[in-house]
Design a protein around this ligand. Sequence first.
Ligand code: ZN
Length: 198
Amino acid sequence: MDLYSGYINRLISELSVLPGIGYKTAQRLAFHMIHMPKESVEKLANAMVEARSNVKYCSECYTLTDNDLCPICANPSRNHKMIMVVEGTRDMTAYEKTGKYDGVYHVLHGAINPSLGIGPNDIKLSELLKRLQHDVDEVIIATNSSIEGETTAMYISKLIKPTGIRVTRIASGVPVGGELEYIDEVTLARALDARVEL
Ligand code: ZN
C-alpha cells in the first residue's frame, strides 16, 4: 500500500538518486518542496534544467563553462604555454583563487582508477595530448595526492616526456580530492612554487 501520493513517491525516488541523498533525506526534501511557494519550486526546477542544458565543456581546457571558451582560455594575457592539469573544475577554482597562477588549465574530469574500471580513455587525456601539439613550454600536473591522482600523474608524465616538454608535479602534501577547495590559498600557492621536475 502506498502511504503517499504517487507524485510524492515519484519525487522521493528521483531525489534519492542524487549523491549523498538517502531515502530519509529525499523524503524530507520532497515534503519541504510540497510546502514551498509554487514559484520557488519552479525557479529551482528551471535552474536545474537550464544548468544541465547550457553548461558545456570549454573547447580548450574542458572545464565547465557557459561559452565555447571559458574566461581563462579566452584571456589573452594568460600564459597559454603553461598548462596545469587538474582532476576537476573545483580544483581549478581552488588554484585560481590563489591569484598566483597566470597559465591556463586542463581539466581531466577524473583520474585513472583501475579498480573502478576508469582508464586513460575515460578522462580528457587525449584532448590534453592534442593541445601539446601546439606551442607549450610546461605541463604542471596538479592531480590529487591520492593513489589515483599519483597513478594519473605518472601516466601523463610518461606520455609527455618524449615530447621534450617540461613536466612538473606540484609539491606533495596537498590533501586529496574534494578537500582541495578548503585548503588555504597560501598552501596551494606554496605547493605550486615548490613543484618538482618529473
Ligand atoms: Zn578553458
